[in-house]
Ligand binder design. Structure first.
Ligand code: ADP
Ligand code: MG
Length: 392
């Protein structure tokens, strides 16, 4: 590994500044889902048990360099203490004094980093100020690693730096999926639009053996092949781009799998009357809302012969039944193969995670990334500043 982990660091009697993502949803001052706090427990426990003192730093919302009282981390300090099981002291601006006053097992939680304009600006002076609080820097916020901010990038060059447990888990899963995967590798890319996933598609065709294109974006590819997609969601202006991606795939030896049959309906509504037609036979007044059974069978067959799967984007309009059928069936197949140890499966993306949870398949996937934007940029093949900085 090009990056260090907590196991490489001597943490005893050290002050350890840990960048975390505890951007949890709140309603009326109450944290409604503490998952993000739960996920940093292994890192915090490891440092505390190794004799170190944890100083947590995080962002909350997008205050854009202003002090926005509703976005103060003071509001969640109590929940952080409860979930972590360690006493937590919240620190406003006088970080240095707060560090000096820490007693026993106490953890320090710094105020929302983004209240300081230096955070988003990756300002070296702000990074220096943060670094002066500690001996070691740990980044446990993969989900913030696609941004070059003072607490994710600049600071990593000022202190001995390493990945926390959550960051480590995520990086390993992602490296196993695309950098050093067991082949054949397959990707499933679905979702609404090609335009939001152009770079992702471009990167994947050069890395995977089979690329399944589904969801609304498959319509753009079908249309680019001269097929009539009726009233389907389709970016007709991207026909050339779709053809370029198909040509690039052919050169790279990547097989593109488009749906052979589709489910069409006249309205975008739950329980709408629907029928299965060939992919080139969408009626002029209908729209494609899901992949058909033959398409699902082809995906299942491809999964059977693959060793690794990367998935982003649902295969249909999964929010409205019965147009979740293809997504559910493909997810169940991937989950079963993963559970049986025959497939390494990694999935991510806001709607994708929701769809896999809805399908009851998420638990059996090898890894579900909750990182959103950072996961997508990684799929695009970009170097994430927060990860690159850890590599030295
Ligand atoms: P993610 O958030 O996982 O990256 P996207 O945001 O790209 O995924 O795509 C999810 C959206 O794509 C969902 O809202 C879903 O309804 C929509 N979608 C999928 N297939 C179709 C389709 N055939 N027609 C219209 N919308 C679709
Ligand atoms: Mg989305």
């Amino acid at each position: 590994m090009a990056w260090k982990t907590l196991d490489d660091m001597d943490l005893n009697k050290k002050r350890v500044l840990v960048r975390v993502d505890i951007n949890v949803p709140m309603e009326n001052g109450v944290v409604t889902d503490a998952t993000r706090i739960e996920r940093i427990v292994p890192t915090v426990d490891h440092i505390q048990h190794a004799g170190g003192t944890v100083i947590l730093m995080a962002h909350y919302g997008r205050p854009k360099g202003n002090v926005v009282p509703e976005m103060s981390l003071e509001h969640i300090a109590g929940t952080v203490a409860e979930v972590l099981g360690w006493p937590v002291v919240w620190a406003n601006a006088d970080y240095r004094d707060a560090v000096k006053e820490l007693e026993g097992d106490e953890i320090l939680l710094l105020e929302n980093l983004r209240f300081n304009p230096g955070e988003d600006a990756n300002d070296p002076a702000f990074a220096k100020r943060l670094a002066s609080l500690a001996d070691i820097y740990v980044n446990d916020a993969f989900s913030a690693a696609h941004r070059a901010h003072a607490s994710t990038e600049a600071i990593a060059h000022l202190l001995p730096a390493c990945a926390g447990r959550l960051m480590e888990e995520e990086l390993r899963a992602l490296e196993n999926a695309l950098e050093t995967p067991k082949r054949p590798v397959m990707a499933v890319v679905g979702g609404a639009k090609v335009s939001t996933k152009l770079e992702l598609l471009g990167n994947l065709v050069s890395k995977v053996d089979t690329l399944v294109i589904g969801g609304g974006m498959a319509n753009t590819f079908l249309a680019a092949q001269g097929k009539d997609v009726g009233k389907s969601l389709c970016e007709h202006d991207l026909a050339d781009t779709a053809r370029e991606i198909m040509a690039k795939a052919e050169t790279a030896g990547c097989k593109i799998l488009l749906p052979a049959d589709v489910v069409v309906a006249r309205e975008f509504a739950a329980g709408a009357d629907n029928e299965v037609v060939r992919a080139d036979a969408c009626p002029a007044d209908a729209m494609i809302l899901d992949a058909g059974p033959e398409a699902v069978a082809a995906i299942a067959a491809a999964l059977e012969t693959s060793q690794t799967l990367v998935w982003n984007g649902p295969l249909g309009a999964f929010e409205i039944e019965p147009f979740d059928a293809a997504t559910n069936a493909a997810a169940a197949k991937a989950a079963a193969l993963s559970k049986a140890g025959k497939l390494t499966s990694v999935a991510g993306g806001g709607d994708t995670v929701a769809a896999l949870n809805k399908a009851g398949a998420a638990e059996d996937f090898s890894y579900i990334s909750t990182a959103g934007g950072a996961f997508l940029e990684w799929l695009e093949g970009k170097d994430l500043p927060g990860v690159a900085a850890l590599k030295g």
